[in-house]
Design a protein around this ligand. Structure first.
Ligand SMILES: CC(C)(COP(=O)([O-])OP(=O)([O-])OC[C@H]1O[C@@H](n2cnc3c(N)ncnc32)[C@H](O)[C@@H]1OP(=O)([O-])[O-])[C@@H](O)C(=O)NCCC(=O)NCCSC(=O)C[C@@](C)(O)CC(=O)[O-]
Ligand SMILES: NC(=O)C1=CN([C@@H]2O[C@H](COP(=O)(O)OP(=O)(O)OC[C@H]3O[C@@H](n4cnc5c(N)ncnc54)[C@H](O)[C@@H]3O)[C@@H](O)[C@H]2O)C=CC1
Length: 431
């Protein structure tokens, strides 16, 4: 068994790689070469990327693609997407084109409130704590002024701080539950700084109480059900007609597919995974925190107590409408947004949106993705389009030459792509 290593973080990058290769990779020189192959030849850029995280040994590439033709509230966007899965960008592009010819996407930001909490315990009288809180609330806000003054100048800051009694759920457990407007910042660091200051004031002032309070932790919440965006598409049912689509039958099956995802959690998780194909890809391309988005979105999908679809669809008076509503705490300043050159490029492609504008673009990407997946699922089935896009991955896996690729791509233009079918075709070609 390998011994625990001490002081690893203090080694140079090359020393870290040498340790890794000798300890876990049997000194394999090819492994070392792979690590070095992905270093950026531009030293300045390499240093920039290395500093994003800790113990960096190389760069991990994901493709950056673009999906054109998104008509959002009348403006035409090309959406940058970072994702490893084939057919996602194609599906988004196809859905954008389809809806671009049918009035485009309509979006609306419903709210932008962020949340943070100071979690603490107090074993004394609850009413005493309430009146103590009302006395010190102005002081709590006053002490945070140094942190909030610039955000206030921009029109944001702390919206409110309330005391919440959670003792019914957990013995002696209370919170300071705070709400924030962080404008174009996702706000994690701003909120956490405010919360830690609230905790400092709370602890200082609580020395006056008969029963002590114990602060457990201060942290923002990634559940932001009041930071909501809605995106929708609609058209007359007959306008749904397209290659392979009978409009009435399509609308009916499509709505049925959404209804199944609304009631059946096993289906809802996959349905929403398809939505997150679009959401995460834009979140990543724009340097946002996809873990925060994922956690918040799935909590929202469970808000009724049962995990459900993020999208909904209906036909009313002959009009088909399909929409999504979801929480998105995004930033277009802060974090990596001004640091990562490709993030900066992605934001430039989007016309340097505000956080509110980015929320709308991201919601549209999720809706488009869901439309593309459902359209395939209720018509051809998902494998036809997905495997068509995945063909190149299979060929690369078997190190097909350019010539072999050309022959096999041509062959599968008229046949459904399956992994075994492609392998067989390659074997026959090589026999
Ligand atoms: C894959 C398509 C688009 C093929 O669809 P198609 O009709 O064969 O495509 P086409 O060759 O006729 O081209 C039509 C348009 O599609 C786009 N398109 C087409 N090919 C490309 C390409 N190579 N590169 C870029 N864009 C492409 C592009 O917009 C193109 O227009 P054009 O550019 O020619 O004017 C279609 O079958 C589709 O939308 N399938 C759905 C795929 C999907 O949802 N993939 C997600 C991964 S599966 C998954 O993870 C989620 C899931 C499905 O489980 C979720 C759920 O269950 O709900
Ligand atoms: N649980 C979580 O989600 C956590 C996330 N994080 C990380 O925190 C980072 C995001 O934190 P932020 O505070 O957003 O970033 P940040 O710390 O880079 O701060 C952004 C700052 O930009 C300034 N600013 C300039 N123009 C602005 C404008 N128009 N609107 C708003 N602010 C403006 C403000 O001072 C703001 O505080 C992400 O990298 C995230 O991964 C950190 C801790 C926990």
């Amino acid at each position: 068994m390998t011994k625990l290593v001490s002081g690893f973080s203090k080694l140079s990058k090359t020393e870290k790689i040498d340790w890794l290769v000798s300890t876990y990779l049997n000194g394999n020189e090819t492994a070392k070469e792979t690590i070095l192959t992905y270093w950026n030849s531009n030293e300045k850029l390499q240093n920039l990327h290395d500093d994003f995280i800790e113990n960096t040994i190389s760069n991990f590439y994901l493709p950056l693609g673009v999906a054109p033709n998104f008509n959002i509230n009348g403006a035409i966007y090309t959406i940058p997407m970072v994702i490893e899965e084939s057919s996602v960008v194609a599906a988004a592009s196809k859905a954008a084109k389809f809806w671009g010819e049918r009035g485009g996407f309509k979006t609306e930001v419903l709210s932008t409130e962020k949340i943070g909490q100071v979690h603490f315990t107090y074993a004394g009288n609850s009413e005493e704590l309430q009146s103590f809180f009302y006395q010190i609330k102005p002081q709590i806000l006053q002490d945070a002024q140094a942190i909030t003054k610039n955000m206030e100048k921009r029109g944001g800051g702390i919206l409110d701080v309330v005391l919440v009694d959670k003792t019914k759920h957990l013995k002696d457990y209370y919170q300071l539950h705070a709400t924030f407007e962080t404008l174009d910042a996702m706000g994690a660091n701003f909120i956490n700084s405010c919360l830690e200051q609230f905790a400092t004031t709370l602890k200082r002032e609580a020395q006056k109480l008969k029963t002590p309070i114990h602060v457990v932790m201060s942290i923002l919440s990634n559940y932001v059900p009041n930071c909501l965006v809605k995106a929708s598409v609609s058209c007359k049912v007959e306008e749904l007609a397209d290659k392979g689509i009978h409009p009435e039958e399509f609308a009916e099956k499509f709505i049925q597919a959404v209804n199944i995802a609304k009631t059946e959690p096993y289906r809802a998780v996959t349905h929403n995974k398809g939505i997150m194909n679009g959401i995460d890809a834009v979140v990543l391309a724009t340097g946002n925190d996809f873990r925060a988005i994922e956690a918040g979105v799935h909590a929202y999908a469970s808000r009724t107590g049962r995990y459900s679809s993020l999208t909904d669809a209906k036909v009313e008076n002959g009009i088909f409408t399909f929409w999504i509503e979801l929480p998105l705490a995004l930033g277009t300043v802060g974090g990596l947004t001004k640091l990562h050159p490709l993030v900066k490029l992605a934001l430039d492609i989007l016309g340097n949106p505000t956080a509110k504008e980015l929320m709308q673009v991201v919601a549209v990407a999720g809706l488009a993705q869901n439309f593309g997946a459902l359209r395939s699922l209720v018509t051809t089935g998902i494998q036809e389009g997905h495997m068509k896009m995945h063909l190149m991955n299979i060929l690369n896996q078997f190190e097909a030459t350019v010539e072999e690729k050309n022959i096999i791509v041509e062959k599968f233009k008229t046949e459904t792509v399956t992994h075994s079918g492609v392998v067989k075709a390659l074997e026959e070609l090589r026999a």
